[in-house]
Design a protein around this ligand. Structure first.
Ligand code: GLN
Length: 296
């Protein structure tokens, strides 16, 4: 039932239930959460406060503003773009249409880079290729304040978002941002201890099959990995050995079913100890490999 079909007041709980039903029918994976986040933005309340005020009626301005956000979400616009932010690795990142919305599964990349560098938290060099919002580079830099982190992206718009996130979250002093394609903007001879990347890896032909939230709103340049999805992955694996210190680690996020090709390409390029790491949905999401230590 639409709120306009009854004379009961349009309370917080009724508006949330109505919007959640609507989002559910449009295929949202998290309809209630979506509704709570949007109403929370209008009322400037967190989710707990909304529950406490479940019976509070909304005034006309609040209703009008909420319905405008509901219309945007109904068309598929990701909640993160509507709110302009998304939480990742415990930090709030600003996001806009220049960058992919940070996914929880990508937190695994950060976790692997941190585990790798536990033994040497004093100094090291890390590189994040295709940084997007900067979520991986900034989250890593905040945990390893003695390290220098270089973050690159082809998109000037994305780098603007990443820089602003680094500044807001207090990580800009340990980060360098470079605009360019993959290793093109890295000085030859630079050797990193860790290289991470969440590059575009979706096969071009599969983009049209993605949910509207993704295909109609997220930047194609951040998703499209070429005919088989491996255009960037292949270049990263081929060139990474030139930019890794002996013993250095490459950790790459990839899509469902892409781990075997990724790992075998790494081995063909001389990487050792290759391994796949599952995401929260048990999909092999990150492949790691190491450049062998030189014999003493
Ligand atoms: N994981 C994202 C998705 O499935 C894609 C991210 C990427 O291409 N790097 O939509």
């Amino acid at each position: 039932m639409s709120p306009s079909e009854t004379s009961d007041p349009w309370t917080v709980s009724r508006m949330i239930a109505w919007a959640a039903d609507d989002f559910r029918s449009k295929g949202s994976d998290s309809p209630r959460l979506d509704a709570e986040l949007l109403l929370g933005r209008i009322l400037d309340k967190d989710r707990v406060a909304l529950i406490m005020e479940a019976g509070r009626p909304l005034n006309d301005d609040e209703l009008r503003a909420f319905k405008q956000l509901v219309v945007r979400r109904r068309r598929g616009e990701p909640i993160a773009y509507i709110l302009g932010q998304r939480e990742f690795y415990g930090h709030v990142f600003r996001v806009d249409k220049n960058v992919l919305v940070p996914r929880p599964d990508t937190e695994i990349l950060v976790g692997l880079a941190l585990k790798e560098t536990q033994k040497n938290d004093q100094f090291g060099l890390a590189l994040d290729l295709c940084t997007g919002s900067g979520c991986v580079a900034v989250s890593f830099a905040l945990e390893r304040p003695n390290w220098r982190v270089t973050a690159t992206d082809l998109s000037a718009g994305a780098l603007g978002v990443a820089r602003a996130n680094a500044e807001r979250l207090g990580a800009s002093w340990s980060l360098n941002f470079r605009e360019g394609s993959l290793f093109e903007c890295i000085a030859p001879g630079t050797k990193f201890d860790v290289i991470v990347s969440n590059p575009p890896y979706i096969p071009s032909g599969e983009i049209a099959e993605l949910k509207a939230d993704i295909k109609d709103f997220e930047p194609r340049i951040a998703l499209d990995g070429g005919p088989k999805g491996f255009d960037l992955v292949d270049v990263i694996i081929q060139q990474a050995p030139n930019f890794l210190a002996p013993g250095g680690l490459l950790a790459l996020e990839i899509g469902a079913g892409q781990a075997p090709h990724t790992a075998s390409l790494m081995r063909a390029q001389g990487f050792v100890d290759t391994a796949s790491h599952a995401d929260y949905g048990h999909i092999e999401r990150v492949v790691t490999g190491r450049i062998a230590e030189r014999d003493a």
